[in-house]
Design a protein around this ligand. Structure first.
Ligand code: G3P
Length: 217
């Protein structure tokens, strides 16, 4: 399972990279705004800065919602850096754009996916990644993990190569359950990755080991 971090915060990206288990980064316009990154040039530069920190794929989202606009923006984003994956919303024009990008060798991440049917369409269009938002489904009393399981079944039935990128991950149990179901990638906050480290028996066990070592030395 690949671990992506879902943020545009360079310090958190560096911290996750330093841990040695980071495989990529996802961003979206809300995350860029949260970091105060505004204006086209600043946004494009920020994507390059992120690519220079991590080794893996970096999702950069288009803002246009029409086919021509998405293609223009996506081509510009893809040219920025070889690690860029163009993030395209799950709308009719978006599916057309994903098909265009697929045919032109540009990798895509189909975002804002909330149903198995949408994931099937994204795979048919050749999306590199599909991003089901499990936290947002949980927020409205719908089981986000069930969606991951449905997409896994459908993709395996037909051998679709589109990677399931479980997004809108909120906590460690999302990560663990997505791994059990077989999501290819998870993207979440740094806390969802670092939270996997925690266990009180590890802490008390280590404390005891160190105390016993001191007694004998
Ligand atoms: O990758 C999608 C993600 O950014 C959405 O997360 O927490 O805003 O639902 P959230």
């Amino acid at each position: 399972m690949k671990f992506f971090i879902d943020t545009a915060n360079l310090d958190q990206i560096r911290e996750a990279q330093d841990l040695g288990v980071l495989d990529g980064v996802t961003t979206n316009p809300s995350l860029m705004a949260k970091e105060g990154i505004k204006g086209k040039n600043n946004i494009l530069k920020h994507y390059v800065d992120i690519c220079n920190i991590v080794d893996g794929d970096v999702s950069a989202e288009v803002i246009a919602t029409d086919f021509e606009g998405m293609v223009k923006e996506g081509e510009e984003l893809a040219e920025l850096h070889p690690q860029i994956v163009v993030k395209v919303p799950m709308i009719k024009e978006g599916i057309k754009a994903i098909k265009y990008f697929t045919d032109h060798g540009i990798r895509t991440n189909c975002t804002l996916v909330f149903s198995a049917g949408q994931a099937l369409l994204a795979a048919k269009a050749g999306a590199t990644y599909v991003s089901p938002f499990i936290g947002r489904l949980d927020d409205i009393s719908t089981d986000g993990l069930e969606l991951i399981a449905d997409i896994r079944l459908i993709y395996d039935n037909y051998g679709f190569e589109t990677k399931i990128l479980a997004a809108s991950i909120r906590h460690t149990m999302h990560v663990i359950n997505c791994a059990k179901i077989g999501a290819d990638v998870m993207t979440g906050p740094l806390s969802s990755i670092e939270g996997l480290l925690k266990h009180p028996l590890t802490d008390s066990g280590l404390k005891q080991f160190l105390e016993d070592y001191k007694k004998g030395n």
